[in-house]
Design a protein. Structure first.
Length: 91
């Protein structure tokens, strides 16, 4: 992925949120990587951008990634639950 033009699609004030977004993108087949300053990770600082973590994807997948990142997770969960309920009621 180092030869690709990478685009930042998400910024997090810490590693956890960025890892969740990266995992979601990869689950949809979009390669993603994290960009961060190691000092923020080592010292656990989130001051003045030091703990900022960026999720980056290849430029040609950025639009798709941004759409996934901007999805409301509550809506997605509700849709999954509705599908599960329909399956249960039919069985």
């Amino acid at each position: 992925m180092s030869d690709l033009n990478l685009v930042t699609v998400y910024r997090s004030a810490g590693m956890l949120g960025a890892q969740v977004v990266k995992g979601k993108l990869e689950a949809y087949g979009i390669p993603a990587m994290l960009r961060y300053e190691s000092a923020g990770l080592v010292f656990g600082l989130t001051v003045d951008g030091l703990g900022m973590v960026e999720v980056q994807v290849p430029e040609d997948r950025a639009e798709e990634a941004e759409a996934l990142v901007s999805e409301d997770p509550d809506e997605e969960t509700l849709a999954d639950n509705d599908t599960d309920a329909e399956t249960t009621n039919q069985g």
